[in-house]
Ligand binder design. Structure first.
Ligand code: FPP
Length: 277
């Protein structure tokens, strides 16, 4: 077994290797999250049905996961099915997505094992159909000892409902331990999130050009770098993940502080009189 740090660069395609060669391995993100959007439009552009877009999208999931595992990315978290998708899409589409997920897990388990990928989930997964939950538990159990990339599928997930669930858990803990509300810290909230065991995403990728967060990982993306591409999810491949990482590495992360090019504060800032406007 190898750890998530073990690289399998020789397994990248030659095009991927060319992009990887431009990266600084010591500055790889630890956690990449993706909003996979555009399956329906991809199908529409080809006069296909929406479900065919989702089918192609599932192929992208596997290919991108394998590239992530080859470059030793520890955490990859994909928005596969939102609470809002569950409530607002036609039943036939929701049912298709549920069947697709089961088939996807079953038919890709061997490839997950070959790539040392561990499968996990976040979201209100207990509300999914029992047969889907069974398949999910089966895939998580089978891959639990893998030590490479952790692929987390966000399913029946919403960022606000995650916060509601976290705050309910925290409130119950506080009641039990008689803790007063003014003792609550950010760390307490973090401990009750679905993602308590993982670092916050360094990079959030969204496909198909929309500039929205769509209720994804709202707490966790506070300081995440965002990369939006016009490419539709069924056309997204490992090489595009590497290109997004290259773009990420050109950014300066400041976490609210000052960067190298921020200019001088000036000693007089403390004394200068501010005119009322
Ligand atoms: C957005 O496309 C995508 C989804 C609602 C679901 C994502 C699902 C997949 C990528 C396939 C299945 C995933 C797994 C893990 C097997 P959209 O339908 O909103 O596209 P549109 O905005 O163009 O209509």
């Amino acid at each position: 077994m190898y750890s998530s740090g073990t690289l399998r660069i020789q397994e990248l395609t030659s095009e991927e290797r060319a992009v990887y060669a431009t990266l600084k391995p010591e500055r790889l993100p630890q956690h990449v999250a993706i909003i996979m959007d555009g399956n329906g439009r991809w199908a529409g552009h080809r006069l296909l049905k929406r479900f065919q877009g989702h089918q192609q999208g599932a192929d992208s999931v596997q290919l991108v996961t394998e590239t992530a595992s080859r470059i030793g990315l520890p955490w990859l978290t994909l928005y596969a099915f939102s609470l809002e998708n569950n409530l607002r899409r036609p039943r036939a589409e929701v049912n298709f997505l549920m069947r697709l997920l089961r088939t996807y897990l079953e038919s890709n388990l061997e490839r997950m094992m070959d790539n040392n990928v561990r499968i996990r989930y976040i979201g209100r997964t207990h509300e999914l159909p029992p047969e889907v939950q069974d398949k999910m538990a089966w895939a998580a159990e089978a891959t639990t000892s893998n030590t490479g990339t952790t692929l987390t599928l966000a399913l029946n997930y919403g960022g606000r409902s995650e916060l509601v669930d976290a705050l309910r858990g925290l409130a119950a803990e506080m009641k039990l331990k008689h803790i007063s509300p003014d003792r609550i810290t950010e760390e307490d909230i973090h401990r009750h999130l679905y993602t308590a065991h993982m670092p916050d995403p360094d990079l959030l990728i969204r496909t198909s050009g929309e500039m929205r967060l769509s209720n994804y990982l709202l707490w966790q993306v506070a300081y995440t770098e965002i990369f939006v591409t016009e490419r539709l999810w069924p056309d997204f491949r490992g090489i595009h993940l590497l290109e997004a990482i290259a773009d990420f590495q050109r950014r300066e992360r400041r976490y609210g502080g000052l960067g190298e090019d921020s200019g001088e504060v000036g000693e007089e800032a403390e004394r200068v009189k501010i005119a009322a406007s």
